[in-house]
Design a protein around this ligand. Sequence first.
Ligand code: DGT
Ligand code: CA
Ligand code: CA
Ligand code: ZN
Length: 577
Amino acid sequence: MAEVTREHLVKTLENIALLLELKGENPFKTRAYRNGAEIVQNFDGDIVTRATKNDLKDIKGFGDALQQKLYELASTGSLAYHENLRAEFPETLFELFEIQGLGPKKIKTVYDQLEVDSVASLKKACEDGKVASLKGFGAKTAEKILGAIANREKFANRFRLGDVGPLAETLLERLKDHPKVSRAAIAGSYRRSKETLHDLDFLVATTEPSELTSFFAQMPEAEEIIVQGSTKTTIRLENGLQCDLRAVSNEHFPFALQYFTGSKEHNVALRSLALKQGLSLNEYDFTGDGEMPEVHEEGDIYRALGLLFIPPELRENRGEIEASDQGKLPDLIKKENLRGTFHNHTTASDGNNSLLEMAEAAHDLGLEYLGIADHSKASFQANGLNELRLREQISEIRALNEQFDDFALIAGSEVDILKDGSLDFDDDLLQELDYCVASVHNSFTLDEDTMTKRIIRAMENEHVTMLGHVTGRLLLKRDPYAVNIEKIIACASETRTVIELNCSPYRLDMDWRWWKKAREKNVLCSINPDAHRIEQLQSLSYGVRLARKGWLRRNDVLNTKSLKEVQAWLALPKSER
Ligand code: DGT
Ligand code: CA
Ligand code: CA
Ligand code: ZN
């Protein structure tokens, strides 16, 4: 049985509510499940353990039926009632829930009246004008639905870096452990640390290529073999992710690694540089007249062209070849440089671990400090803290800090930027905090100018240390809201406001393409996990990868400062930072 999490409980209850709505069941029943989902979401304590022990009686809002279902779900990992409900509908119908802006009411209408039961049939019904003529729909809605379908197609077959990371590394280790493999790597967009990827490009050096391609195709994770050849094979994993394996000789390995790491644009530029020097570069070799440079590893290829080694993250043809040529490549930040981190949640708002658990986990990772930033009261759906609860949390943090000797919690808040750019707490309270992250969590549809002014107003506040998840994007899920990043960076520079690099695999926001510009304007970055449970502190490593991709060095990142340094820095007025 897979580990049951709070999210699993919440999602199942919400899904039941949706299915009941589709069936046209009475609204009270539907609401009971939706309320139940909310209670589970916000419960202050270990709800999963309680449910596993059927110890839910004294929790307000759970009827007997709901308690029984949570018990079954938590203790067995599945719920017969839910499975049965699902079985009443065609499996493809559930695709419709992935279409943004299409709620259960609308799904029910198209299902009942047009017999739409898949994305394909919905698309057709929109194109035929049938959706537009439905009561309560209209041409505008039909058009929006088509847009959302196009979006879904655009996102299809792409994967978030953080979601594929653990499995990618497991498969790589397996290849490295194979006795016939002398070197192995993952090339492609994964090695370049792109935020989303289409497929993984494994590479091995071996004297037995066909043995390796069959080994790869026969791994238990391979759901389907798409191509199997003697030097190249492509498989599909259970989640749909494709993996290429190329098996090459040890001599060709550096060339293959360079070539298949890409990007294509970087390779094109590199090849034309080589041609100017009379060398032709391909995925196997240098060729040309005269003596060829000796190449044992990838770095030798760059050296042969008179360049310094270019870290894979920078290979996007965005100035890295020129910088390498001029000896001006940045000395990129490393994971070990991080001394602490900011923006983390606890059970006080929508997190899953207590202050102490979060502190211990951060300490175990070798960090010297952990900035707490639970939600503020306007984020009621995330159980945001009001003034009283925040003040209690500040005291609790101060008390805990008395117990630690080589570690400190830093008291903060993820304060909502309200629609007009004012903050959810007044200055008196913000002043009591050690730091503050300001974030947008609602009114996403403002036009660019209004949104930009809204955020700028927040950054102008003396107590706003940093700006959280700048664009609100959720990778492969929700587009960024409209905001002028150039102006945000200029304002961050003037007001000495830090910009966060949110490490959640869904966010990785601000986008890596902007960090070089921010750095040129002396804007500091804070690499923040936005952790809602202790395990999510691990996503710091993705943050570092994206920071590297954004050309950031150690000194460009606030949380490379030691605890003492960061405390001194926080004590300065913004203008002196
Ligand atoms: P993606 O879409 O996330 O899989 O991105 P990549 O960069 O991993 O792309 P992929 O898997 O198609 O190819 C891996 C690398 O192989 C790519 O970054 C550069 C190299 N490559 C592939 N096709 C070409 C090509 O037509 N010309 C050149 N110069 N390089 C190529
Ligand atoms: Ca790839
Ligand atoms: Ca590929
Ligand atoms: Zn947030």
